[in-house]
Ligand binder design. Structure first.
Ligand code: ADP
Ligand code: MG
Length: 588
């Protein structure tokens, strides 16, 4: 996610205030620019919803209509100031979106898109059939915005208000995406499992992205109603929703400046086509929708991420780490030697395959234990069952004296279990330190609103300082601002360890952490794990490198075909005939 330069709002504000008064500027140009501005705000919301969170909405124009009708009714019939129509419109869209989103965002993929079509059609016909809303004729004579005694009647005055609105929407969105809640949103697409393992409430975060996009659409609706001074159902229909989606996708779905670019392109092309096509075909008709369809296919073919990434260099934003940031409070570790993890008759079947077959083992606080076994033995599945990524078919997992069986992953994370993944799960569009900071999600509390208003900076600096500290601890301080997936795979595993450490874990589950590391990197990793043990962290380790494991652990649990084969010291396990047969034998 490329951040706009920090100083951009000031010159942008000057442009918004002065540009419309440029002598000789044609009035139709100003009108076009006003529509572009309103569309940009909707498209910025769709950047968060569709481009970043991966949820497609075919209903954004209808939500815009909700904001527009709210302020229209209040200012026309209730004699309420248009300025008060803004908070009212935002509250109505936020409440409406929470309701619609609660049903919709639980759906996945195409069902979600279909869900948005369903309620937007319903809402559209509500607009068109309610007497209060003037049915198909809508509401006209909506009062304009006024500043002091000045009525903003013409396009030039509206231009400034609309584009200040665009600046605010872009600023708020950039702030949000750079906050604790924003990092959770950015992890939704592709990183949801990892995010949940670090305490992110993924269903709620999806709803947050949905409501945020809706609130921006509602804001655009308020601007629309008072600029146009009349509303009717037509511009809030399906066709216009597709146009907003098109703007986002063409511009650069995951980038705020891309939304602006897309809005400019689509609005301009639309305007030109409405001029040219009828002359070309000699008749009136919705030819532009055909052209837009072809345009969309072309862009998806040649620039699947939109046009913005082609013309701008996208780099993760570098953050200055505040050295004076207060250290986050650390949790108390359980007394060494007490039973920390108790896995009892744990079972997981996938259809006919029993991946984990009534496995028992225990870990005492402060131990390092190795979980070994050939590929497919059920080690990663065991990790998933312990961490709540997967639910056991039978059996029980207790942690720190509590039965945690069936808890959601985020609750287990809160209890102090952190993990890494055999198949690295870092968010590619985020930098190393942003990925790492997700590990500290539960150690912060700032809300999305606080992030959006930049009231979270002290806390966020602390989260970042913690992420930087853990990266330094694993030896990757230099890599902090690199895109996560630009690192070698072995290093990405180490980033996952730093992320896990950000949780301030009581217990660490490491799934093949040394895979892909060079010899000296393995030596460093072993030293790090010993230091962690010295600090009271309990570690369960899956690893194929026997030299690495044997040198590190006190005890080994051996699995094969889902079943526990043996358990004991390295010496005992090495001499166990069943283990030699099943596992070590095959290595030798
Ligand atoms: P290990 O980590 O020890 O190599 P896994 O736990 O990944 O083994 O897998 C154990 C067995 O369970 C394998 O046979 C694997 O194919 C199967 N398995 C794992 N996850 C699933 C799943 N989600 N659906 C079906 N089978 C699975
Ligand atoms: Mg595995």
């Amino acid at each position: 996610m490329k951040a706009l330069r920090p100083f951009w709002p000031l010159p942008a504000l000057l442009v918004a205030l002065l540009l419309p008064w440029l002598p000789g500027l044609p009035a139709f140009w100003v009108t076009l620019a006003n529509y572009t501005g309103i569309s940009s705000i909707v498209a910025i919301g769709l950047v968060v919803l569709t481009g970043i969170s991966g949820m497609t909405s075919f209903g954004q124009a209808t939500i815009l209509g909700l904001g527009a009708y709210t302020t229209a009714v209040l200012s026309k019939y209730c004699d309420i100031s248009p300025w008060l129509g803004l908070p009212a419109g935002l509250i109505v869209t936020a409440a409406g979106a929470s309701l619609l989103g609660a049903v919709t965002v639980r759906l996945s993929g195409h069902y979600l898109a279909l869900g948005t079509i369903a309620w937007s059609v319903g809402l559209y016909y509500t607009f068109a059939n309610l007497d209060l809303l003037g049915r198909n004729d809508g509401i006209s004579g909506i009062p304009p915005l006024t500043i002091l005694d000045l009525k903003l009647l013409d396009g030039r005055a509206s231009f400034s208000v609309i584009w200040i609105g665009v600046i605010l929407a872009a600023l708020a969105t950039n702030n949000l995406l750079d906050s604790r809640a924003g990092r959770a949103i950015r992890a939704l697409k592709g990183g949801a499992v990892a995010a949940a393992s670090f305490g992110v409430d993924t269903p709620r975060t999806r709803l947050l992205a949905f409501v945020y996009a809706a609130v921006l659409a509602g804001f655009a609706g308020w601007l629309y109603a008072h600029m146009q001074r009349s509303v009717n159902p037509t511009p809030f229909g399906f066709y216009q929703s597709i146009q907003y989606l098109l703007m986002t996708v063409i511009g650069g779905a995951a980038h705020v400046p891309g939304a602006l670019l897309g809005a400019v392109l689509v609005t301009t092309v639309n305007d030109r086509l409405q001029d040219i096509l009828p002359r070309l075909f000699g008749a009136h008709g919705n030819y532009e929708s055909i052209v837009f369809g072809m345009l969309l296919i072309a862009v998806l073919q040649w620039a699947p991420n939109g046009i913005w990434p082609l013309i701008a260099r996208i780099r993760p934003r570098a953050r200055i780490i505040r050295a004076d940031a207060l250290r986050l409070p650390a949790r108390a570790m359980p007394a060494p030697g007490t039973t920390l993890l108790d896995v009892a008759r744990l079972r997981r079947s996938f259809g006919g395959l029993v991946a984990v077959n009534d496995v028992d083992f225990k870990l005492a606080a402060g131990e390092i234990v190795g979980l070994i076994g050939p590929n497919g033995a059920g080690k990663s599945t065991t990790f998933n069952l312990i961490t709540g990524i997967d639910t056991p078919t039978a059996g029980q997992v207790s942690f720190n004296g509590q039965d945690i069986t069936g808890w959601p992953a985020r609750r287990i994370a809160a209890a102090g279990i952190a993990r890494t993944f055999q198949h690295v799960k870092l968010v590619p569009t985020m930098s190393v330190i942003e990925n790492t900071a997700i590990g500290a999600h539960l150690r912060g509390h700032a809300s999305a609103l606080a992030g959006l208003l930049r009231l979270d900076r002290t806390e966020d600096a602390r989260l970042y300082a913690e992420a930087a500290r853990q990266l330094a601890r694993v030896g990757l301080a230099d890599m902090a601002d690199r895109p996560a997936t630009s690192l070698a795979l072995g290093q990405q595993r180490i980033v996952e360890i730093a992320r896990a450490l950000c949780l301030d874990p009581v217990m660490l589950l490491l799934d093949e952490p040394a895979a892909g590391l060079r010899h000296n990197e393995k030596v460093e990793l072993a030293a790090l794990l010993r230091r962690l043990q010295g600090e009271g962290v309990t570690i369960l380790l899956v690893e194929h490198d026997m030299e690495f494991v044997m040198g590190l652990v006190e005890r080994l649990v051996v699995m094969d075909f889902g079943t526990k084969l043996a358990e004991g010291s390295a010496e005992q396990v090495r001499n166990d005939p069943r283990v030699i047969e099943a596992y070590l034998g095959s290595v030798e």
